[in-house]
Design a protein around this ligand. Sequence first.
Ligand code: G3P
Length: 214
Amino acid sequence: MKFFIDTADIKQIEEVNKWFPLAGVTTNPALVAKSGEKHHNLIRSICSIVKGSVSAEVLATSSKEMVKEAQVLAGLHSQVVVKLPLIQEGLKATRELNAKNISTNLTLCFSALQALAAARAGATFVSVFVGRLDDIGLDGMEIVAQTIQIFSQYQIKTRVLVASVRHLSHVLAAAELGADLITMPPALFLKMVEHPLTDKGLIQFLKAAGRKVD
Ligand code: G3P
């Protein structure tokens, strides 16, 4: 499983990428607004930090406008993957962009059948929002499991991207299921490597070696 970071915060991307080489970055309009940066400048800056795919989302809701906006976003940098909502217009745009060799990430996916439709339209990635499914009392990871099973059954090339990740149980379950990719908020990268027994063991070893430990 490869790791993307789900943020538009340049400092956090730089910091995590120093010790956990990122395979990509996902942004969305809410994250971009929170960053306070101009969208295009932000995407260019992110591409200069991380050597991987950088998802930039369109704001248009008609396929015609989506395609126009997607072409501008794709023109910003070769690493850009255009994020489109998983609605009928988004699928129409995906087909057109696929024909133009522009990579796409179909976002706001909440069912395996939506994921299959995205794949058939030629999506490069499909983002299954597990946290938001859990929020309404459903099992987000179940949708990921169904999607992986269907994609493997039909040898579908669209990559399953586990998104809206809230905690480490999502990360572990995604890895166990064999998800292609996961996008995690910055804080989870540190949580993933921290363990109290590691800290305790390190202190024991340092003391045994005669080092003064605070
Ligand atoms: O990658 C999708 C993500 O940005 C949405 O996450 O936490 O807003 O559900 P969240």
